[in-house]
Write a new protein. Structure first.
Length: 110
């Protein structure tokens, strides 16, 4: 737990430092009304935008993955159903033949 808190603190510190550095180098500032936001407010704003982008990406990835998984499951189920429907008469004849042969072997043994 201690390591996680230290990692979060270092991450926030680095983001704040790089936010100041980028705003100094490239002059990237967020304006709200006529006021320029502070570097910490810029960090929060860009973090919120980043979280929104990650959530949208996750939703798209999961929906694409879910669609592909559903399509694969439906194809496999259809193939299994088609296979069982095509083979059941042959399986029934083989089962009847096996039962008939089993009955003959038990009569020969007696």
């Amino acid at each position: 737990m201690k390591n996680a808190l230290v990692a979060i603190f270092i991450g926030v510190l680095l983001a704040y430092a790089f936010g100041n550095l980028f705003s100094e180098w490239w002059g990237i500032h967020l304006m709200m009304g006529d006021n320029m936001l502070s570097p910490l407010e810029n960090l929060f704003a860009f973090s919120i935008v980043g979280v929104v982008f990650v959530m949208v990406g996750l939703i798209v990835a999961l929906s694409v993955f879910g669609t592909i998984a559903l399509a694969i499951f439906a194809c496999i189920a259809a193939l299994v159903f088609a296979g069982i429907s095509a083979i059941w008469p042959v399986a029934l004849v083989c089962a009847g033949f096996w039962i008939y042969r089993k009955g003959q072997h038990s009569q020969m043994s007696s």
